[in-house]
Every structure is written in structure tokens, then in C-alpha cells.
Design a protein around this ligand. Structure first.
Ligand SMILES: Cc1ncc(COP(=O)(O)O)c(C=O)c1O
Length: 370
């Protein structure tokens, strides 16, 4: 199959990248999936090893231990929390609820799984575009201020958004979002990247779930703790909603090892501190390095990735980076609003970021701008 024709719609597809770079998947330096390069934490590996014996039994379908650890972590009663097979699984059930409404407003560009899950239940989607402002900044608050709240027939609709926003990194203040909660029948906030902000900068609305039964917050444990292969996320929502979702789904969608690891990692304050410290240094350095390259203009978003505008075709740049340097960046071709002039890169260790900058610098200084 032609690797260029089979371009993936998600980051992290190393098999695809390796076929273009003509190397093994393990030789690829992956900037396309926004995963914490410091992980997985040693506490996760130790928990995996010590719980191998759990494989002999079905997991507890109520996931009591994991829910109670997550409840303590967020100071929320455990019945408001439902673990899932990655945030992606819970997104499916959130979209089943959204599909029951006359329409759902989705802030775009959006993580492609939103379309997948909404389409699965034939939801009616109203796009709410997040356009760059004149100075090139993306502003979730502005998108929300002009988003529809009613179906043409006058009925209340749903809202699905991502905060901080992938792929722009735009962050919506929780006070601002809370002012919109009563305008919608259901609001689903995907906070898959919120953990990357230090606690005093986070803008989560999870505390508001107890007073707002129409609010659903989705969290992922796969990015911050570098465990995308384990599959673990959770929803925070009203217990009645979560009970309904449990009746719809497979009773053991979180495997026993993921459940054991989840209960341990949220208590790993050492790993959390290390991550915030690394990001505080690595992000401005990578941002500056990219800004200094000809034809590139990065956005300084709130998350652990940077969206970069490129004067040159990104598909070409991505192919050259893969073939010449075995470095994979995330093209934005699957985001119709962005297309071939944007790419996204995860922030990685300083040495790895330098490898990306060196590769880009070599290609951009050789190539013609177009
Ligand atoms: C915005 C967003 N939400 C959710 C997910 C899914 O996370 P998980 O691995 O927990 O299913 C991703 C993964 O790329 C994402 O980018």
C-alpha cells in the first residue's frame, strides 16, 4: 500500500511512519502523539508487576478501589467517577447522550474521535469554528461566545469541547465556561491534557459536576502518565448518568492491570512534580527554537504540544523529516480547518527536541519556501 495514500488520522502511528522512513517502528522519534517523555512512572511499572496475579480473576465491575483513589485525588465522591478503556471509550457513551439531543455544537478543529463517536449514534453536529485571531492566536473563549445554544426549532442542544484544546493548545478559563453551562442541555468537556498544567494553573470544571447534572468531564491517564497502550481514562458526571452508561457497556471494559495502575499513579506526586518542572523548561525552549526557524510560526499553547504554522507544505516536510531523520511530526491534514500548512509536535526531552530542531533546520535551510 502507498504509505502517503494511507495517511493516519491519529498521531502515534509508528508502523505507518516506519514504512515511509524505511526503518523499524522503534527507531522512530515520535513527536506526533502528545505523550509525556518522562514516563511511564516507575510506580506504574511496579504496580503492573505486583498485580500480574490479578489476571486470574475478572476485574471488580464497580472498580471500587480505583474510583476511591480517583475520588480522593479530585476530592469528589467516587460515585461521580466512572473509569473507562481510555477517555476514548467514555467519549462514545457521552456522544450517545449527546446524540439524543436535537443537535450538538462541536468546537472545531477537533480530535477526530469526536466525529467517530457522534456519527456512531447519528448525532446532528453543528460546527463551532475556532479561528485564529488576526495576530495568529486561537481563542476558545471567542468561539464559545458565538457558538449556537439552540436548535433552529428552539430546543436546547449539547456542547462538546476540549480544554486545553487539541491541537491549538488554547485554554478556556473555568469561570468563563461555567457561565455557559446553563445554556446547554448537556456539556461534555474533554480535559485529556489538563494534568499537564501545574495545579495552580489548571482550569478544570470537574468541581462543578456535583451542582450541574448536565456536565460531563472526561479525563485521560494515558498522556500524562505515558501509558497509551494500557488504555485508562475516566468520566466525572452525575451518578445516574454513569449508571446508565454502565448498563450500556461491557462490564469489564477496564482490565485488572489498568485498574491497579490507575489507583497508584494518581498518588505519585513525585512524578507529577517532575513532569511540571520538565515542561516549564522544555516548552519555552522548543517554542523559541521553532520560532527561530525560517517559515515556522509556533503557538504557545497551554498543553504539552505546540501547533506550528508552516509556509512550506507540511506533508512534504513530514516526509523529508521521516526519510532523512526518522522523526515523526503530526500533520494536520485530518483537521479540515488547518490542512497542509500546520503541524503539531509533542514537547519531549531537551535532547529529543534538539534533534527535531536540527532536522527541521537542515530541511528548511535546503528547501525553497513555497
Ligand atoms: C483531545 C483528546 N481526547 C481524548 C483522547 C483519548 O485519550 P485516551 O488515550 O485516554 O483514550 C485523545 C488522544 O489522542 C485526545 O487527543
Amino acid at each position: 500500500m502507498d504509505p502517503l495514500a494511507s495517511r493516519p488520522i491519529h498521531g502515534g502511528n509508528l508502523v505507518w511512519a516506519a514504512s515511509l522512513a524505511n526503518c523499524s517502528p522503534s527507531a522512530i522519534l515520535d513527536f506526533s502523539a502528545s505523550i509525556n517523555p518522562l514516563g511511564p512512572p516507575a510506580s506504574a511499572i511496579a504496580a503492573l508487576q505486583s498485580h500480574l496475579g490479578d489476571l486470574k480473576a475478572y476485574p471488580d465491575p464497580q472498580y471500587c478501589e480505583l474510583r476511591s483513589a480517583l475520588g480522593e485525588f479530585h476530592h469528589i465522591p467516587p460515585e461521580y467517577i466512572l473509569p473507562g478503556n481510555g477517555a476514548a471509550e467514555l467519549l462514545t457513551w457521552a456522544c450517545r447522550d449527546l446524540a439524543a439531543l436535537p443537535a450538538t455544537c462541536v468546537v472545531t478543529p477537533a480530535f477526530s474521535d469526536y466525529q467517530r463517536a457522534l456519527k456512531a449514534f447519528d448525532a446532528t453536529v453543528l460546527a463551532c469554528p475556532l479561528d485564529p485571531l488576526a495576530h495568529g492566536q486561537w481563542d476558545l473563549a471567542r468561539a464559545l461566545s458565538i457558538a449556537p445554544t439552540r436548535h433552529p426549532a428552539g430546543k436546547a442542544i449539547g456542547l462538546l469541547l476540549n480544554n486545553p484544546h487539541n491541537p491549538t493548545g488554547s485554554l478556556l478559563l473555568s469561570d468563563l465556561l461555567s457561565a455557559h453551562l446553563n445554556h446547554y442541555a448537556v456539556v461534555v468537556v474533554d480535559e485529556a491534557f489538563m494534568d499537564f498544567l501545574p495545579p495552580d494553573e489548571q482550569q478544570s470544571v470537574l468541581d462543578l459536576v456535583v451542582e450541574h447534572p448536565n456536565l460531563v468531564v472526561l479525563r485521560s491517564l494515558t498522556k500524562f502518565y505515558s501509558l497509551p497502550g494500557l488504555r485508562l481514562g475516566y468520566a466525572i458526571a452525575h451518578p445516574d448518568r454513569l449508571k446508565r452508561w454502565q448498563e450500556w457497556r461491557d462490564p469489564w471494559s477496564v482490565n485488572a492491570l489498568a485498574a491497579a495502575v490507575g489507583a497508584v499513579i494518581v498518588q505519585d506526586t513525585t512524578f507529577q512534580q517532575q513532569t511540571w518542572q520538565w515542561l516549564a523548561t522544555a516548552k519555552p525552549l522548543l517554542f523559541q527554537g521553532l520560532s527561530d526557524l525560517p517559515g515556522l510560526q509556533p503557538d504557545l499553547g497551554a498543553a504539552n504540544f505546540l501547533l506550528v504554522r508552516s509556509k512550506r507544505s507540511v506533508v512534504q516536510l513530514q516526509t523529508e523529516l521521516l526519510k532523512q531523520h526518522q522523526v515523526l511530526i503530526r500533520d494536520c491534514v485530518s483537521f479540515p480547518a488547518l490542512g497542509d500548512r500546520y503541524f503539531r509536535v509533542a514537547i519531549r526531552t531537551e535532547a529529543e527536541n534538539q534533534r527535531l530542531l536540527d532536522g527541521l533546520s537542515q530541511i528548511l535551510s535546503n528547501g525553497k519556501e513555497g
